[in-house]
Design a protein around this ligand. Structure first.
Ligand code: PGA
Length: 250
């Protein structure tokens, strides 16, 4: 259950989707428009940002990117700057996703640079944090999360920021933490955020689907969901949005 204004349901398409698929997805999504009290955002690959921007905004869906580089421009072959994302119509940018940390070698230091650059350009970062399975098993979860959140030290509490708690072992596996684990971990994250200067929306991510969304979103301290696999089909994504709507009404 969110204590913030509105649930955010964000779809992270990762490296999936070409233009025709995206058009069909948006047409299907339009059959089930999101209610006012649920904010919906889509993070397609970079190549689809410009072509989708207007279609999404006219349907009340916000646009986001999955990553960004921290320099404003210059000789950084293959990189995209925060200003370019703004220019393409983005409001959000995902930072620190575990796939970028684990596969692309990102660390807290580069993520902090990206955070500052995203804010500078007027983007709202969605900062992903989460522990690996062995860390969860050894009782190190809170320490790992506290370390990842420590990059927020000496940041401006007024800046827009959303956190996504994504246990790495729950991503794309069909396995989710227990209800108690999600509730306790979200409580811990909210507490840390307050210590760091300002509470934030905290999304849950990791194998969210049409079947488990209502239960997860109904938990205290869960302010929305970052959805991977289940955001690729309009039907399952719409069902998750509907689950958020019904939780908001309760
Ligand atoms: P998943 O991915 O929903 O496919 O588990 C979530 C994410 O990586 O953001």
């Amino acid at each position: 259950m969110t204590t913030h204004q509105r649930y955010l349901i964000a779809g992270n398409w990762k490296m999936n989707g070409v233009l025709e698929e995206a058009r069909q997805f948006i047409r299907a999504l339009a059959d089930n428009p999101a209610p006012e009290h649920v904010e919906v955002a889509l993070m397609p690959p970079f190549t689809l940002l410009h072509p989708l921007a207007e279609k999404l905004s006219s349907r009340g869906v916000r646009l986001g990117a999955q990553n960004v580089y921290y320099e404003p421009k210059g000789a950084f072959t293959g990189s995209i700057s925060p200003l370019m994302l703004r220019d393409a119509g983005c409001r959000y940018v995902i930072l620190g996703h575990s796939e970028r940390r684990d596969i692309m070698g990102e660390n807290n230091s580069s993520i902090r640079h990206k955070l500052d650059a995203a804010w500078e350009a007027g983007l709202e970062p969605i900062l992903c944090i989460g522990e690996h399975l062995e860390e969860r098993k050894s009782g190190a979860t809170n320490k790992i999360l506290a370390d990842q959140l420590a990059i927020l030290e000496k940041t401006d509490a007024e800046r827009q920021l959303t956190i996504a708690y994504e246990p790495v072992w729950a991503i794309g596996t069909g396995v989710t933490p227990t209800i108690d684990e999600v509730r306790d971990t979200h409580a811990f994250i909210h507490q840390r955020l307050m210590t760091l200067g300002s509470d934030r929306r905290v999304l849950y991510g990791g194998s969210v689907n049409a079947g488990n969304a209502a239960e997860l979103l109904g938990l205290p301290g869960v302010d929305g969901a970052l959805v991977g696999g289940a955001s690729l089909q309009a039907e399952s994504f719409s069902a998750i949005i509907a689950a958020a709507a019904s939780c908001a009404n309760n």
